[in-house]
Write a protein that binds this ligand. Structure first.
Ligand code: PMP
Length: 513
């Protein structure tokens, strides 16, 4: 095996004989061609990211065509330590070499025992002393289903409160509580956000109005929403567009649910294990949820999901939530190693400082490019919302102050469309979200060797989820490539770019309307 240096300085082990560039290119194209001929129309990432990963280390992925990429998608936020971190590989090898069984259903093993010990030492103090853990099927969505069953059994109630823009998974119960799914058993509440605040005020006042709405819905006997079995929330909505919940709002949700004996379920599938600058994102607000749903990083890049909850909720029946794959020993070992490494190396603090720095630099970029409407995030969970730089906001054009007024906004000031309608006491409506520009930035990033995620309610948010181990030098490389991609898109979609596109359409004989 040879060790090759990546552009970003990471060493990757690989075969010494590398295929000729043209052979590599045709192997890469052949695999992609067969993929589109044989795999489902429901595939997702594979459409926007036509790469064929063959080797990876840390932040870097090498494709079958020999190209290298900086990976800020990180398995949709799974890879806290990046690809193939040595402590993760060592933990996996140790299990393999020990002769331990790899499949054990939900039986006790030393590997599982060590995993639970490491997991419990990270839990918020109020939960750690009274916690139970249920090992469910290996996906986040399965843990969400289990959490719903748990609180339904414990409360004898049925309904679930969830939030607009939420994402909890793809199985039917989790889907009911997610973004755009119509549903009967789940009541959807406003999630606070500054840039597209549903109340048009943003900031602490917007969050306060969202909390009051929730409270009035629960206390109004004619609201049509009976007392629910639980409330589920993401401390930072990830797929919904990187929306960090304000800490005060989180405390309000805790008080509202505690006062009414409604179990609060924190979905930390994406935010957990240091990602947001705290080991668990609920720590920012200091709240203790009754139930935590965990997956992604806790398996150290392998499939694993669990529900952790207060022991007095543990009244469901044996087998109430089961599954064949509840005992993945390799994932437990990889997860134990990952959690211990994050804790011992204080990678949460690193995520907090680096994330703040990245936000600052991206906000400077937003000043330069009107196609960036908002920059937001927490720790290394960062979103850049692309908007139509030329168009005005969604409201009608009218004279208004065009400022955040007395109430202020935590969003990126100055991002709203000039001349948009402003109701006194509210902020100007933001410019229309642009999924087209976001997709263009993602493509331009890929051309420059940078992999980014797309998300948000309108698929208009560029998402960065780098590993917590990303170096300063790599961070600079990521930001440079992203800035370059945004500049290229802004150039081609600005007034000149639009003229060029119209010219091209005319010369192809296409209409412009
Ligand atoms: N909850 C959250 C907050 C998530 O981000 C996701 C996945 N993106 C899920 C649940 C579902 O996890 P999985 O895809 O493993 O089912």
């Amino acid at each position: 095996m040879a060790v090759t240096e990546t552009a970003s300085g990471e060493a990757m082990a690989g075969p010494a004989a590398v295929a000729e560039p043209s052979q590599a290119r045709s192997a890469h194209e052949g695999i992609l061609r067969r993929q589109s001929a044989r795999e489902s129309a429901a595939r997702t990432y594979a459409r926007a990211l036509p790469i064929v990963p063959v080797r990876a280390r840390g932040l870097t992925i090498e494709g079958a065509d020999g190209r290298r990429y900086l990976d800020c998608l990180s398995g949709a936020g799974t890879l806290a330590l990046g690809h193939n971190h040595p402590v993760v590989l060592e933990a996996i090898r140790k299990v393999l070499d020990s002769g331990a069984p790899l499949h054990v259903l939900d039986l006790a093993t030393p590997v599982k025992d060590a995993f639970i010990t490491e997991l419990f030492r990270t839990l918020p103090p109020g939960l750690a002393d009274h916690a139970r853990v249920q090992f469910c099927g290996p996906a986040g969505t399965d843990a969400v289903e289990a959490a719903f069953k748990l609180v339904r059994a414990a409360t004898g109630r049925d309904g679930i409160l969830a939030f607009a823009g939420a994402y909890h998974g793809m199985t039917s119960g989790a889907l009911e509580a997610s973004g755009d799914a119509p549903d009967v058993r789940v009541a959807r509440l406003p999630f606070p956000q500054d840039y597209r605040c549903p109340f048009g005020v943003g900031g602490p006042h917007g969050a306060e109005l969202a909390a009051r709405w929730t409270q009035s819905l629960l206390d109004d006997p004619k609201s049509g929403v009976p007392l629910p079995a639980g409330m589920i929330l993401e401390p930072v909505q990830g797929e919904g567009g990187v929306l960090p919940a304000p800490d005060e709002w989180m405390r309000r949700m805790r008080r509202i649910t505690a006062d009414r004996s409604v179990p609060l379920i924190a979905d930390e599938v994406q935010t957990g294990v240091g990602r947001t600058g705290a080991f668990w994102a609920v720590e920012h607000s200091g709240i203790t949820p009754d139930v935590m749903v965990l997956s992604k990083a806790i398996g150290g890049s392998l499939p694993l999901a669990v529900v952790v909850y207060r022991d007095d909720l543990d009244v469901w029946e044996p087998g109430a939530h089961a599954g064949t794959f509840r005992g993945n020993q390799l994932a437990m070992a990889a997860g134990t190693a990952t959690m211990a490494y994050v804790r011992e190396n204080d990678l949460t603090a690193r995520a907090a400082t680096l994330g703040a720095l990245m936000l600052q630099q991206l906000r400077s970029l937003a000043q330069e490019f009107p196609v960036i409407g908002d920059v937001r995030g927490r720790g290394l969970m960062i979103g850049v919302e692309m908007v139509d730089g030329e168009m005005e906001g969604e409201g009608e054009s009218a004279e208004g102050e065009g400022s955040a007024g007395l109430l202020g906004t935590g969003g990126f000031a100055g991002a709203a469309g000039a001349g948009a309608a402003v109701v006194p006491g509210t902020i100007p409506p933001p410019r229309p979200a642009s999924s087209e520009l976001a997709a263009a930035v993602q493509r331009e990033c890929l051309r420059r060797g940078l992999i980014v995620e797309l998300g948000g309610r309108h698929a208009s948010v560029i998402r960065l989820l780098p590993p917590l181990t990303i170096t300063d030098e790599q961070t600079t490389a990521v930001l440079d490539r992203l800035a370059d991609a945004v500049a290229a898109v802004a150039r081609s979609h600005g007034p000149d770019g639009e003229r060029q596109r119209q010219h091209r359409r005319r010369s192809r004989g296409e209409g412009t309307g």
